[in-house]
Every structure is written in C-alpha cells, then in structure tokens.
Design a protein around this ligand. Sequence first.
Ligand SMILES: *Cc1c(COP(=O)(O)O)cnc(C)c1O
Length: 390
Amino acid sequence: MNFETKAIRGQMDRTQYHEHSTPLFLTSSFVFDDAEHMRALFAEEQDGLIYSRFTNPNTTELIGKLCALEGAEDGVATATGMAAVFGSIMGLLKSGDRIVASHSLFGSTHTLLSSYLPRWGITTTFVDGTDLDAWQRALVLGTAMVLLETPSNPALDVIDIRAVADMAHAVGALVNVDNCFCTPYLQTPLALGADIVTHSATKYIDGQGRVLGGAILGNRERIREIYLFCRNSGPSMSPFNAWLLSKSLETLQLRMDRHCSSALAVAQWLEQHPSVERVRYPGLPSFPAYQLAQRQMRAGGGIVSFVIRGGLEAGRRFLDARSMASLTANLGDSRTIVTHPASTTHSRVPMEARLAAGITDGLVRVSVGLEHPSDIVADLEACFAAAMKA
Ligand SMILES: *Cc1c(COP(=O)(O)O)cnc(C)c1O
C-alpha cells in the first residue's frame, strides 16, 4: 500500500457498532473476565488491555499507523515530543554511558543533554552534525548513542543519516533520530540505518496546533525497554490526543505536499529579497547540503529560516509588523508562524552554543502554513517594509 493509504486505512478493527470512523476510548482501565484472565494479562501470557498508562486502543492504532509509515516494528506513544526524546534515552542508557549528539538540536533536547543527564552520569559530546570528520573523531568505541535532528530546529542543518549510522554502528552506538521536521512522509531514518526514531507529533502530525504528543519507534526489542520505562514513569499519551493524531495522519501527505511547495516558493522569494542577508532552506540549490537533502528527503520541508539585514532591531520590527502570520512558539501548523529562536526556544542555550549552532540574533524562522502562498508572501513583504523603515 502507498503512504496515504496506510495512513488512512491503518485503523483498528470495528467494534460491535460497525462505526466507520475510529471511536474514542476514554477509559483509564479495562476489566478482566476473571482472576485467571487478570493474572495471564499481567504475566503477559495473553495479549490484552490492562490500563491506559500502558496502552489504550487509540494509542495502539496511532502507533500501528506510525510503524507502517516509518517502517518500524513497534513504538510507544508519549504525552509530548520531549517525553519521547527523554524516554528514548532513559529506556536504553545507564550511568556511565556517553552520547555523541549534533549541536544543532531543539532547545529542550540540548538542555536535557547538557544540564540534566549528567546528574545521572550520562555525558554528551556535541559535534557539528554536518561535519562527518567531527563525528568520526567523537565516535570512540563504547559510545552508547548518537542523537541527531535533520533538518535541525531551527538552524536547518541537514545531516547524512546513512554516513553517521555507519560510523556509529562501527563503534557499537545506537542511532537515535528526531524526525519531527520531516515526518515519515519526507524521510524514513530507519531505512537509512537509524535504530530509533522520535517524533514531536505536536508539530506536523497534528498539523493544526491543537494537541501535544510524541512517539518513539524502532525494533521490538529496544522499544520493549523504552515501553517499560515509559509505562513505569508515566508520560503516556492521552487517548483523546491519540485519536486526534491518528485522524490527522489521514491528511498528512496532502498537508506536507502543500507545506513543502509553499515553503519553496517563500524561500525563492526571500532569496532575491534585498532586505535578506541569507536564506536557509534544504530545497534551494544554494543550500550547502542541497544534494544530500535531495537524496535523503522527498522534499525540502515546511520550515524556512533567514537572517534579516539590520540585526536584532530590524528583526523585532519585522515580527511586530505582521498582520497575518502568528507570533507563537510552535511550528508545523496550518497557520504560518514566525519566531525568533534566539529570544524564545533557544534563549536558555548559552550564547556560545547558540552561535555555534547558527542561531544568530537576526535569525527568523518561518513555519510556512497552508494559507495561499501569495497571501503569505504579501504578509512577509509588509513586515520587511516596516522593518526597513527606521
Ligand atoms: C517541538 C520539538 C520537540 C519537542 O516536542 P514537544 O511536543 O513540544 O514536547 C522535539 N524536537 C523537535 C525537533 C521539535 O521541534
């Protein structure tokens, strides 16, 4: 079956009511037939539902679809994308383990690795993820895990998953890829050698800015470890969010195609704009890793970043002049969103690390929405006019 067919038809079996669309199972627990049934379920001698912190029909349906789309054997649904990132690390690593990570990561992931994991004896070496020699130098025998995002948030670094996975496996490290920016429609890291994929379903998978959610996908054995960590520590996805996210998958391909075509149009327009210092978009031939992006991703994605001439002040005037685009800390929404990473999502990342990851003061990130592309361009044009006035 093709992508959209799996995303639409991968629904659970119908109940006795013969509903067409998947129902929502709002129940915290499930009843057992008798004492023996209860014992057998807890002993895992029999399949069945116990408690919604473990699994629920709605989370199972969502994970089933995501596994089909990512080419994974199994998965865990989590309350947020950060719970997925955290669970994928805590379920597999232990004190004394070492991670090698790309330095261009979502702000909270960076904070988790640099400020919290060391408290439990898990250390991280950060490298420039686009520099394969840097990975090679950092990947010494005994490294437990490689962690990367591609394209990264917000610098849009595109990292060669296949090349990094080969180097990581040579030293026995697992490869953990945050596939949030691409979704399985644009990129399937497991097929490129990754061992674990995480998602913030809050972004494109929901796609309409309504709910939070996350997912961890991989092979049965590793997911089992992660599942047990999550089941015991409790960052489970609510059945309502799972129900909604499973519905959202039905339109993921249509939405991603439009996000990508509009983002390319916006990026091309920005590239010739006199008020723009530089544009980064993986789908532009001027993008440093254009060939790699063409090979690794189906299209360039929905996020464009650019540096405005005039630095921080021009950036502020630009953001304040919007009449349509939203100023909010999300991305992957049907509504176009502009953000200023240096003062928001990455404000807690130390200046030096921020600059190393390409997050300068003038960097503006645009999450190109599903409005008509000419309306998006008109709104941004008015912002530039205001920004350059002073
Ligand atoms: C937003 C985001 C996360 C965190 O997801 P939440 O659902 O907000 O917890 C993780 N990784 C990337 C790349 C993100 O953009």
